[in-house]
Design a protein around this ligand. Structure first.
Ligand SMILES: C[S@@+](CC[C@H](N)C(=O)[O-])C[C@H]1O[C@@H](n2cnc3c(N)ncnc32)[C@H](O)[C@@H]1O
Length: 254
């Protein structure tokens, strides 16, 4: 097990060997503790690396967020937490939005529950389930990975069994760049799903939809890496920014 250790340049051989000895001791100790309490070494490595990078307090907060997400899956019998690597040009891999931060954000916003909620790059469908929990009656997830669409459909079934879900949730297997936006769709969600190439296509599709069917729309953008493209598109007149727990969101409306 590798314990990240702050780089310390020392010209004194004694200091250098003390530092190396201390690091080895720490590495052996961490490995033994992890083994003794039955913790997965991958998790221990993640915790140690995270503590070195962002400090102990932030690491504990991040770990609690993962525990909360695992709790979501246990409560509803779903599989939404485990990440999945996606090897495709312009696409980000599957990482789920943290359940508690999205719920907290959506409760703050005055979104029209009568409109259709669409997650562009919906992965295993956690956001769709949260939209249903928060009162949306028609929900669509657009995702190009067949494997993730299958998992999302199973998740919807499991969630419906436990919650007597009243919403209709459709999972559409498609590249969002080619997805035709419908006139009743009014709340769009994205959690850092793709790069600026696909983003440009999505913004063009949104523009032609509201030109053909003028209406109010909202775009909730979690981890908004390409927010500049959204601002430059001039599609939206208002933008609010939120930092909720570990997630940054931008919420646009026209
Ligand atoms: C970061 S995950 C977010 C998943 C989900 N929206 C959430 O917040 O929990 C991004 C997802 O977008 C999907 N994706 C990326 N590019 C896409 C594209 N062009 N068309 C459809 N899905 C795409 C990926 O396969 C992945 O599942």
């Amino acid at each position: 097990m590798k314990v990240p250790f702050p780089a310390l340049k020392s010209h004194y051989p004694l200091l250098r060997s003390l530092r190396t000895g201390f690091r080895d001791l720490l590495q052996r100790g961490a490995a033994r503790c992890a083994k003794a309490i039955g913790v997965n070494p991958v998790m221990t490595n993640w915790a140690l690396e995270s503590a070195a990078r962002r400090g102990l307090v932030e690491t504990v907060k991040a770990a609690l967020r993962v525990v909360g997400d695992i709790g979501f899956d246990l409560r509803y019998g779903t599989d939404t937490t485990r990440s999945v690597e996606i090897h495709r040009q312009h696409a980000e891999s599957y990482r789920a939005t943290e359940a508690a931060s999205l719920m907290s954000l959506m409760r703050k916003l005055n979104l029209p529950k009568g409109g259709v909620f669409v997650d562009l790059g919906s992965g295993k469908g956690r956001v769709l389930l949260i939209a249903a929990q928060l009162g949306f009656k028609r929900i669509v997830g657009v995702e190009f990975s067949g494997e993730l669409c299958e998992i999302a459909r199973e998740n919807v079934k499991a969630f419906s069994r436990r919650t007597q879900l009243a919403a209709r949730i459709d999972i559409v297997r498609s590249d969002v760049a080619n997805y035709l936006i419908e006139s009743e769709q009014s709340v769009f969600f994205m959690y850092n799903p793709f790069d600026e190439v696909v983003m440009a296509r999505v913004l063009t599709n949104l523009r032609s939809s509201i030109t053909r069917f003028p209406r109010r729309i909202w775009l909730i953008y979690g981890k908004p890496v390409h927010d500049e493209a959204v601002s430059k598109s001039d599609l939206f007149s208002a933008c609010e920014e939120f930092q909720i727990r570990g997630t940054r969101f931008k919420v646009y409306s026209n």
